[in-house]
Design a protein around this ligand. Structure first.
Ligand SMILES: *[C@@H]1O[C@H](CO)[C@@H](O)[C@H](O)[C@H]1NC(C)=O
Ligand SMILES: *[C@@H]1O[C@H](CO)[C@@H](O)[C@H](O)[C@H]1NC(C)=O
Ligand SMILES: *[C@@H]1O[C@H](CO)[C@@H](O)[C@H](O)[C@H]1NC(C)=O
Ligand SMILES: *[C@@H]1O[C@H](CO)[C@@H](O)[C@H](O)[C@H]1NC(C)=O
Ligand SMILES: *[C@@H]1O[C@H](CO)[C@@H](O)[C@H](O)[C@H]1NC(C)=O
Ligand SMILES: *[C@@H]1O[C@H](CO)[C@@H](O)[C@H](O)[C@H]1NC(C)=O
Length: 576
């Protein structure tokens, strides 16, 4: 009886579950036929379209990554114009479609005082020498050209390369137009946290393991010294600003506050740090296509399975003595069968001058005449294609930003001979990342070079770390589209945050335009923004409580002690 009863209960339960399941699945199948497609398209109508991109220094290392972003924006329907020194876009294969206003004939390091530049390449480099080599009176000239171009194209947004390009930021604020900054490293654009510094100040990119003395020196003394340099530079620029009728200011970052700044770099290469929403890393920016190997280089690489590629970039050179040491090292490495081939892109190195040097011995002159079978000399080389070839085992480089990016992207270990500017910092970063070793341009020896190349090729870690960074670089190289997205977002806010003046031109307030990204503390003032008022009140309350408690317990103890003492005296006297 009990069994029968429980059995029917069991059946009933199963029946109910079955019905529930049926209803549920019927309901679900009804829902599954009712999906809609998410609309990913942006409505760009009525979004302002005219962009003026500018660079003070120009040259491929600054303009190529900016142009990559500009090309994407052009594809999305924006009107883009570039104002920069040198005839860049017309002579480039990839960026020919970008109209350029040529600000001056010379570009890059050619803009500086050539005597001082040469001294800087050959001697010790610091930030004072670097700044001193450039003529800051060019500010006025650039400002005028930028202004004229901006009026011609009816500019809606400025995209400014940060390097010494104060005219671009000033003009944007003056015309009340939004401005987006661009830099290959956050170092000069934002105040770095104290644990980050740079060899150009005689410090290190990471101060992690430095002594108290070094950390004090690099966090306090060096920045104070640098402030003097900035003050004299700002003084020069302010006198020009007054003549142009624009507001003068002393803080070099004053026109970079509250604006979006894009950094062509990525963590892995860069020392990690917390960043503001306004400061976004979007690098490494690389082109989608690169020039291929020439037949001569192709056959050289195919017949030399352990090739070293040697190039110092398009801006710098080193002393003939250093070149001789480097070439002797190449011979030594080939003789010891550590490598079997070298491709040397001479670029800025004057080979004629080298040959006329009295102490050049016969193997070196054979090399210079391109008669030495294992060393291939060419003025220019398709760098990316060479680095991509599996037989290129190591890259002897100056450590410029784009060379570093390309080396990481192709997982090529590096030996770095930094010459100026950010190259010292890049060399340290790559060494810390474990894919490179460094040389000193002031202390170059054949033994040191041979030893380091040997290590780079024999120790597994260098190649492994290069491959680790390759993955990171490849993933992050998609972010040039993100850079274009971010610029579009700034463009779109103009629609909502601008006011029309009497001529119908839109003007924005750069201090508040990007409120979606500006952290509230910047509006709260120093004390409220850092919560100094709240924390100091808390500390006062805490001290008062601790003090009060201490006082009360002291008083109580004293009272109890006195009472106890009195009692013992009393009892003693009673006993007596
Ligand atoms: C885009 O927005 C504009 C108004 O800003 C509107 O007139 C137009 O119809 C929209 N286009 C589409 C495809 O939604
Ligand atoms: C873009 O530039 C072209 C040529 O200068 C001009 O004809 C066109 O009107 C511009 N487009 C916009 C949206 O301003
Ligand atoms: C820039 O280069 C292009 C292509 O070589 C040339 O046609 C043009 O005349 C040059 N412009 C200037 C101003 O030198
Ligand atoms: C500092 O030392 C630690 C521990 O030896 C090491 O892991 C780290 O990489 C070092 N950092 C730098 C910047 O040298
Ligand atoms: C290279 O050096 C030689 C000899 O010193 C000189 O005549 C020539 O002008 C230099 N070439 C360049 C491009 O500087
Ligand atoms: C030069 O480099 C060697 C190692 O290659 C080092 O022992 C020496 O101290 C360095 N000299 C200077 C002045 O830096």
């Amino acid at each position: 009886m009990l069994l029968k009863y429980s059995f029917s209960l069991f059946t009933l339960c199963r029946l109910i579950i079955f019905i529930l399941f049926f209803v549920h699945s019927a309901f679900e199948s009804q829902v599954s036929s009712q999906f809609i497609q998410r609309d990913p398209l942006l409505n760009r109508s009525n979004v302002p379209k005219n962009i003026l991109a500018t660079s003070y220094l120009g040259g491929g290392s600054h303009l190529a990554p900016m142009s990559e972003i500009l090309k994407i924006l052009m594809d999305r329907g924006y009107n883009v114009t570039l104002a920069a020194p040198g005839n860049f876009t017309a002579n480039s294969h990839s960026y020919r479609s970008i109209p350029q206003v040529i600000v001056s004939k010379k570009a890059g390091t050619e803009l500086g005082n050539q005597e001082l530049m040469k001294k800087m390449f050959l001697e010790e480099t610091n930030v004072r020498k670097f700044s001193g080599a450039f003529d800051h009176s060019a500010y006025t000239e650039y400002y005028k050209i930028y202004k004229q171009t901006a009026e011609e194209i009816n500019v809606d947004l400025f995209f400014c390369d940060i390097g010494m390009n104060f005219a671009c930021f000033d003009l944007a604020w003056e015309l009340k137009k939004p401005v987006v900054g661009f830099a290959s490293s956050p170092f000069f654009a934002v105040i770095p946290p104290p644990y980050k510094s740079d060899p150009i100040f005689g410090c290190h990119v990471s101060m992690e393991n430095e002594s108290f003395y070094e950390r004090f020196n690099c966090a306090i003394i060096k920045p104070l010294k640098l402030a003097w340099l900035f003050i004299s530079m700002a003084d020069n620029m302010n006198s020009q600003r007054v003549k142009l009728g624009i507001e003068s200011y002393w803080n070099p970052r004053a026109r970079m506050d509250n604006i979006l700044i894009l950094f062509d770099t990525f963590f892995g290469f860069e020392i990690p740090t917390a960043m503001l929403p306004l400061h976004q890393e979007i690098g490494p920016i690389l082109s989608d296509t690169y020039p291929d190997l020439t037949p001569a280089l192709d056959s050289f690489l195919n017949t030399h399975p352990r090739t070293m590629y040697f190039a110092l970039g398009t801006n710098v050179f080193t002393s003939p003595q250093n070149i001789a040491i480097l070439l002797k090292s190449c011979l030594e490495l080939i003789n010891h069968n550590i490598i079997d081939g070298v491709i040397w892109a001479t670029v800025k190195t004057n080979v004629t001058e080298l040959m006329s040097l009295s102490d050049v011995d016969s193997p070196i002159s054979d090399i210079l005449n391109n008669n030495y079978p294992h060393i291939h000399i060419t003025k220019f080389a398709p760098q990316f294609a060479i680095l991509s070839h599996e037989n290129t085992k190591v890259f002897l480089s100056h450590g410029g930003a784009s060379s570093s990016h390309e080396s990481m992207y192709t997982a090529t270990p590096m030996l770095i001979l930094p010459i100026m500017g950010d190259q010292f910092g890049n060399a340290e970063k790559l060494e810390l990342a474990g894919m490179a070793l460094r040389l000193s341009k002031l202390n170059l020896t054949v033994d040191d070079i041979v030893l380091k190349i040997k290590r780079l090729l024999s120790e597994e870690g260098f190649k492994k770390n290069a491959e680790r960074l390759q993955f990171v670089a490849k993933v992050n190289s998609k972010r040039k589209y993100r850079a274009a997205d971010l610029i579009e977002m700034v463009m779109n806010t103009i629609k909502y945050e601008s006011v029309k003046d009497e001529n119908g031109a839109l003007s924005v307030n750069n201090k508040a335009l990007l409120r979606d990204w500006i952290t509230p503390n910047t509006r709260m003032g120093f004390i409220r923004g850092n919560y100094i008022d709240v924390y100091s009140t808390f500390i006062v309350i805490l001290l008062a409580l601790v003090g009060g408690f201490g006082y009360v317990s002291f008083k109580t103890t004293k009272f109890l002690y006195a009472k106890y003492k009195g009692r013992t005296i009393n009892s003693k006297s009673k006993k007596e």
